[in-house]
Ligand binder design. Structure first.
Ligand SMILES: [Zn+2]
Length: 81
């Protein structure tokens, strides 16, 4: 005997939240056996992350990075589907 579950989904209006600050970051993923793991930390400008990368390349010779951008969004409940 199986059970039946019914899920109802609602529409949401999702928008960028201007009150939330967008942040940029990079992590060094260079390395043979394990990633270097050095992190830029969150920056408010992508150019600051570029500068951190340039310095890290200069200091270590590492040349591969994982970059992330994070922002905020709001979701307003809308109609039920
Ligand atoms: Zn590194």
């Amino acid at each position: 005997m199986g059970t039946t579950k019914t899920f109802r989904f609602r529409n949401y209006d999702i928008h960028p939240d201007p009150a939330g600050e967008t942040t940029y970051a990079a992590e060094c993923v260079s390395g043979d056996e394990a990633d270097c793991g050095a992190q830029s930390g969150d920056e408010d400008e992508p150019t600051k992350v570029d500068t951190w990368i340039a310095k890290h390349v200069r200091d270590t010779g590492h040349q591969r990075f994982r970059r992330t951008v994070a922002d905020y969004a709001t979701a307003e409940p809308g109609a039920w589907q």
